[in-house]
Design a protein around this ligand. Structure first.
Ligand SMILES: *Cc1c(COP(=O)(O)O)cnc(C)c1O
Length: 459
């Protein structure tokens, strides 16, 4: 069959110039950055795949919206536009604006969790878990086992295991569980979706026990796309419809607008219960800002309102977004590079254990591979392996996670398929010659969240 390509559903109106550096410049830059891609200056990066958080390109409509932002301290018109967008697209009545996702997580955890409570989650996100524990809660992982296996092809690796959930209820009692924290398109599992059947079943199960379900709906749009593609009965349903149904199986949600919502900063907590929202707003004033801005400028809320509508106005947007990730994944897979499968919603994860099979984990294979890819082409990814996992506070030994990965995360609407071709060719070239990648050792190791600041040298 003749190949039929698809293309990005937008055209370019403004460009941001990026610089192609020489190999010599990159060798110098990575040495100065202590072989840590977090410490590179973005001017030295050609294709930046460090994160998809806050790195999206806004549309002409969003840029125009900045100009009509209402900066009133109270009662801003832009807030009401944003509130209307959340109600229309996500279907929650009560909207509490925050500066970004973690602000919403903080407020939600503080109003619902008491010390000694237990909060079941499907895997974890760093800030979500932090805020649950900071409020005195105990985090428990109830995700399906397949999520922890990089070789498993299970289509819904974000699902909650109902038996694990029931075991938590049996052990602690429903009254010690303030809510179930259900993340859509689980970030740390590689952007893996939950099925609608599972979202529905978890909600029904929780209702029987009087436990609310709170979504981390930061990546619910990408989850909706996978449901449309993979789940029986959803192929003909619109993304807008599927997203609404996902949210219907919850009592509220936290959202980082730096992802699906196509803006560079912002977030919100959304709830159905007016009394709960009243308690959230009481805390909001102290930690974020007044209830009609919560840490965002009027113009931010104006652009956010449009971003929320734009993400669902046509199914073409998310199809191209996830499609670009799949395109890069297919190129790498076809080139014989070991990646985590199935490829998720926001990035491709290279399996550094298999790519750099000559390096034992204590020689930091993923960190070394990320640095080698940068030197080859100026493509910046990040380590998700032994360096990110840190040390056991009791024994002082390195945690040795099963997953030793390099993450290549795609910003939304920023790069073209040609950038994906360049990326795939570079990764394939480095992987083909992987014995040349030398291991690394720490030269500086900070005590907390070491991956951000650590420095290394080649062995
Ligand atoms: C990014 C992210 C968050 C945190 O949001 P911030 O805006 O970075 O504070 C929470 N959950 C998920 C799934 C995320 O991807």
């Amino acid at each position: 069959m003749a190949r039929r390509s698809w293309a990005e559903p937008y055209r370019v109106k403004v460009v941001e110039l990026i610089r192609v550096t020489t190999r010599g410049e990159r060798e110098q830059a990575i040495a100065e950055a202590g072989y840590n891609t977090f410490l590179l200056r973005s001017d030295d990066v050609y294709i930046d795949l460090l994160t998809d958080s806050g790195t999206s390109a806004m549309s002409d409509q969003q840029w125009a919206a900045l100009m009509v932002g209402d900066e009133a301290y109270a009662g801003s018109r832009s807030y009401y536009r944003f509130e209307e967008a959340v109600r229309a697209v996500y279907g929650y009545e009560e909207v509490v604006p925050t500066h970004q996702g973690r602000g919403a997580e903080h407020i939600l955890s503080q109003i619902l969790i008491s010390p000694g409570d237990v909060v079941p989650n499907n895997m974890y996100f760093t800030t979500t878990r932090f805020h649950q524990e900071y409020a005195g809660g105990q985090f428990v992982d109830v995700i399906v086992d397949e999520a922890h296996d990089p070789q498993s092809l299970y289509p819904f690796k974000g699902n909650i295991d109902l038996d694990k959930l029931q075991a938590v209820i049996d052990e602690h009692g429903a009254e010690r569980i303030p809510y179930v924290s259900f993340e859509t398109n689980v970030n740390m599992a590689g952007g893996q979706p939950a099925s609608m059947a599972n979202l529905r079943a978890v909600h029904e199960h929780c209702q029987r026990h009087g436990i609310p379900v709170m979504l981390d709906a930061t990546r619910a749009l990408e989850n909706a796309y996978f449901i449309q593609q993979r789940e029986d009965g959803y192929a003909q349903r619109s993304i807008k419809d599927i997203l609404r149904e996902i949210c219907s199986y919850s009592e509220g949600a936290t959202v980082s607008s730096k992802k699906d919502n196509l803006v560079n900063i912002g977030g919100f907590l959304a709830l159905r219960d007016a009394e709960l929202a009243r308690r959230a707003r009481a805390l909001l004033v102290a930690f974020e800002g007044l209830q009609t801005y919560g840490g965002m400028a009027g113009r931010d809320m104006e652009a956010l309102a449009r971003g929320i509508h734009e993400m669902v106005d046509s199914d073409d947007h998310v199809a191209a977004r996830v499609g670009q990730v799949a395109y890069l994944g297919d190129l790498l897979h076809d080139a014989g590079v070991a990646i985590v499968q199935p490829v998720g919603g926001h990035g491709v994860f290279l399996d550094a254990r298999r790519v750099c099979a000559h390096l034992p984990q204590e020689h930091l294979p993923a960190q070394a591979l990320a640095a080698a890819i940068y030197v080859d082409s100026g493509v910046r990814g990040m380590e998700r392996g032994i360096v990110s996992a840190g040390r056991d506070p009791e024994t002082g030994e390195h945690h040795t996670p099963q997953l030793e990965l390099v993450r290549l995360t795609l910003p939304r609407r920023v790069y073209t398929q040609a950038h994906m071709d360049v990326t795939a060719e570079s990764v394939a070239a480095v992987a083909a010659d992987a014995e040349q990648v030398s291991g690394l050792r720490f030269t500086y190791e900070p005590p907390e969240l070491r991956f951000f600041q650590a420095r290394f040298a080649p062995l």
